[in-house]
Design a protein around this ligand. Structure first.
Ligand code: ATP
Length: 142
């Protein structure tokens, strides 16, 4: 099995760096599972979980990635995003608070109101943080 060097970079710095066997992301066009020596692409990403599978496929790193882009070349993969967190670095209490705030804002806003889209995105980010933090990584992926 071969590997591909993968970085996840945000304005706050490099969140992830590793040589992995497969990178699974949700692009705007759907799920992508990228293996080494993949055709070069650039694709916009959804606010979604990124799974980085290691060579034996049992070890998987989980990163909450809040949109951005993936760039794939023959030699490396780079994910660039405004924000991303490793599962272990997610502050669950903060995400719960952000979720409650976003829900409260959405309750008072109409879909066409100023601030609705922003509150909706905040809700999506907090939900992704909570679902990522809740992954049980003691059970190997099938
Ligand atoms: P909050 O209201 O809690 O700030 P947010 O979704 O508005 O949430 P962002 O603007 O997406 O926050 O992120 C700002 C910075 O804080 C980023 O660097 C992001 O990685 C980090 N961050 C936000 N929420 C969390 C969290 N729950 N755990 C760890 N890091 C977080």
């Amino acid at each position: 099995m071969s590997t591909v060097h993968t970085d996840i970079v945000t304005p706050a710095g490099k969140v992830y760096e590793g040589d992995v066997h497969m990178v699974c992301v949700r692009s705007k066009d759907g799920e992508l599972g990228i293996l080494p020596n993949h055709l070069p692409i650039v694709a916009p990403l959804e606010i979604a979980l990124v799974r980085l599978k290691h060579e034996d496929e049992k070890i998987v790193d989980y990163v909450a990635v809040h949109g951005g882009f993936i760039q794939v070349s023959r030699k490396s993969i780079t994910i660039l995003s405004e924000a991303a967190e490793l599962k272990a670095d997610i502050d669950v209490a903060r995400a719960e608070k952000a979720k409650a705030e976003a829900e409260e804002q959405l309750n008072t806003l109409h879909e066409t109101s100023e601030g609705y889209e922003e509150a909706h995105l905040k809700l999506k980010r907090s939900e992704l943080r909570l679902s990522t933090a809740a992954i049980d990584d003691s059970i190997p992926e099938a």
